[in-house]
Write a protein that binds this ligand. Structure first.
Ligand SMILES: [Zn+2]
Length: 227
């Protein structure tokens, strides 16, 4: 079994989505402090974090898209361990729209069909090109509404992308989120390392969210498993 880690590293003040709270990670108690409490015998260190439920590599819960959407604690775990393929879309220009024709062509090149009740990971090269510079938050390519509808028609439960949003910044991205609610699919954002999957064939995708009650999303540890 080979596991490819598709998750961004989390650290203090790692880039977070414009307008959302920062990611904070700090030391709550040092080993030294804890040892002092325990008469110098032994001490356990503890850290703490604070972050938006859309921080780092994460899945959007349908609740993110609308009041009637499923919150993350009720999102089916069956959708979190699914067959996947990865499409090479690195030729699409920054900020450009990925169309249904782009997806069809990329699936042909990939050589594996879109798995039913699975996921399609879109390797745009955006993370590798821009992270952690400020362009990471703005210059991504992404699917348009027609491409989102195309993905839903293939029977996927979600799709993933190596940038902070599934569509290019602005109204297209807003409409892609609206479309996800209407089409009953969702998406995974801020993946990385997708280049590793190109030409490797189908895999099992695993990305389990935390059980935030009523949450609009959750960080996940996203991996591709080759057995
Ligand atoms: Zn989103």
């Amino acid at each position: 079994m080979r596991i490819v880690d598709l998750s961004r590293e989390l650290y203090h003040r790692t880039p977070s989505y414009p307008g959302q709270p920062p990611i904070i990670h700090g030391v709550w108690k040092t080993h030294e402090e804890a040892r002092a409490e325990n008469k110098g015998v032994h001490g356990n260190s503890v850290m703490f974090f604070s972050m938006p439920d859309h921080g780092g590599t994460h899945i959007d819960a349908p609740r993110h898209f609308g009041e009637r959407g499923t919150p993350i604690d009720q999102y089916p775990l069956e959708n979190c361990i699914v067959p996947g393929i990865c499409l090479d879309l690195r030729h699409i220009a920054p900020k450009a729209e990925i169309t249904p024709a782009d997806l069809e062509e990329a699936v042909k090149k990939c050589g594996s069909p879109v798995p039913k009740k699975g996921t399609v990971l879109l390797c745009t090269g955006h993370h590798e090109r821009t992270f952690p510079r400020k362009e990471y938050a703005t210059d991504n390519s992404g699917v348009n509404v027609a491409a989102t509808e195309w993905l839903a028609r293939q029977g996927v439960v979600h799709f993933g992308i190596d940038s902070m949003r599934p569509g290019p910044e602005g109204m297209v991205n807003v409409l892609v989120h609206k479309a996800c609610l209407e089409l009953d699919i969702t998406h995974i954002e801020s993946l990385c390392n997708l280049e590793t999957l190109i030409g490797q064939g189908p895999f099992e995708f695993i990305g389990l969210p935390m059980k935030w009650k009523g949450g609009t999303g959750s960080p996940i540890r996203a991996v591709a498993v080759f057995r």
